[in-house]
Design a protein around this ligand. Structure first.
Ligand code: HMG
Ligand code: MG
Length: 313
């Protein structure tokens, strides 16, 4: 029997959250080993079967920039109708064309709050990134697609240091004005702390970017992802990005390590009595299996604790 936390709700938190699973994309984009496409397909299917409502499948970026996801077409084709319903990353019109050709229904663009990361990750200046996104979002919306927008380096940047909150809000505003329906605020290198999360969410809300528009995307580099999630819950945000087993990182920000582990998030939400719809045992089994595919143990504390508890004495 899988252990579960005792349920002890805290007042004034959301009753339900949406977990936006990024393991197959953010998780696998940073792996040294090339994961076979059939293993990626099994990973996505197992995550969906575990009850995750949204699973970001892959990226239509330049295969030279992210070779780990060069099989995006093959993966979506193998997943069939299921694959077409899953969000995929597209940085530009070329990426959108590839997604449209396969019938994808949800895309995500990814912007940067800083000049340096825009250059490193997109080969564009901060302003030029919007010129790349504008026709991408317009054409996606005209084709009836839903568009999510990420903002990276919201809490700090390895080259520029601290990032002013107004700069993050301004980039987020511009992405929403282009037509994005959701803004995922990324702590790409995991340097954020709870007061900063609260201040950023409050500044977004004050600028008309309400919590219904926002998602939070934490990397756990400094062990702050769960406590930052708690700050997000207290500020009223109800969508959280997470990666099964805590896989993840960004190949263009070396200090980025794994995302908030989905299992760690599920454990905390369960204890708080917040609805999430995920079967923790099925999710842990999936991450244990993926750790075997990758040849290294999961960094998730909950995966390690539950896998040890299930192992024969
Ligand atoms: P570029 O070199 O400036 O591209 O790269 P370009 O527009 O000059 O085009 C050059 C060539 O690339 C052309 O081919 C294009 O067709 C081709 P040619 O005419 O020379 O034969 N091309 C493409 N081919 C396939 N798919 C495409 C594509 N685009 C152009 N989509 C580009 C610009 C944006 C393409 C490049 O910088 C890139 O691919 N960057 C992706 C980097 C990336 O994927 N990073 C990780 C994701 S972001 C992240 O992880 C953060 C996040 O998790 C949130 C957080 O944690 O903060 C989301
Ligand atoms: Mg990320």
């Amino acid at each position: 029997m899988t252990a579960l936390p005792m349920v002890m709700p805290e007042p004034c938190l959301p009753a339900q959250v949406t977990i936006y699973e990024v393991g197959p994309r953010d998780g696998l984009q940073n792996e040294k080993a090339q994961v076979p496409t059939e293993a990626k397909e099994a990973f996505v299917r197992r995550l969906l079967a575990a009850g995750l409502p949204v699973v970001e499948a892959t990226s239509f970026v330049h295969p030279r920039w992210v070779p780990q996801l060069a099989d995006a077409e093959e993966l979506i084709t193998r997943l069939g109708a299921v694959g077409r319903g899953l969000p995929v990353l597209v940085p530009n019109e070329r990426g959108l064309d590839r997604a449209l050709e396969l019938g994808c229904e949800h895309v995500a663009i990814f912007g940067s709050a800083t000049e340096t990361f825009a250059s490193k990750n997109l080969n564009r200046s901060l302003d030029e990134q919007f010129a790349m996104f504008e026709p991408t979002v317009r054409r996606a919306r005209d084709a009836g697609l839903d568009v999510r927008a990420y903002v990276s380096m919201c809490f700090g940047d390895p080259w520029e240091g601290g990032v002013p909150i107004e700069q993050v809000v301004s980039v987020g505003r511009r992405l929403v004005d282009l037509g994005a329906s959701q803004l995922s605020l990324g702590d790409t290198i995991g340097v954020g702390t709870p007061g900063h999360v609260r201040a950023l969410v409050e500044a977004c809300v004050a600028a008309g970017l309400g919590t219904d528009l926002l998602a939070l995307h934490f990397h756990d580099t400094y062990g702050q992802a769960l406590t930052n999630t708690m700050a997000g819950l207290r500020a009223g945000v109800t969508t959280y990005d997470a990666s099964a087993g805590g896989l993840g990182g960004c190949p263009y920000a070396r200090s980025a390590t794994g995302n908030l582990a989905t299992e760690d998030l599920v454990w905390m939400l369960t204890g708080l009595g917040i609805g999430h719809g995920v079967d923790l045992a099925a999710l842990v089994a999936t991450s244990v299996w993926m750790a075997g595919v990758l040849g290294r143990p999961s960094p998730s504390a909950v995966v390690r604790a539950l896998a040890a508890a299930e192992a024969p004495a």
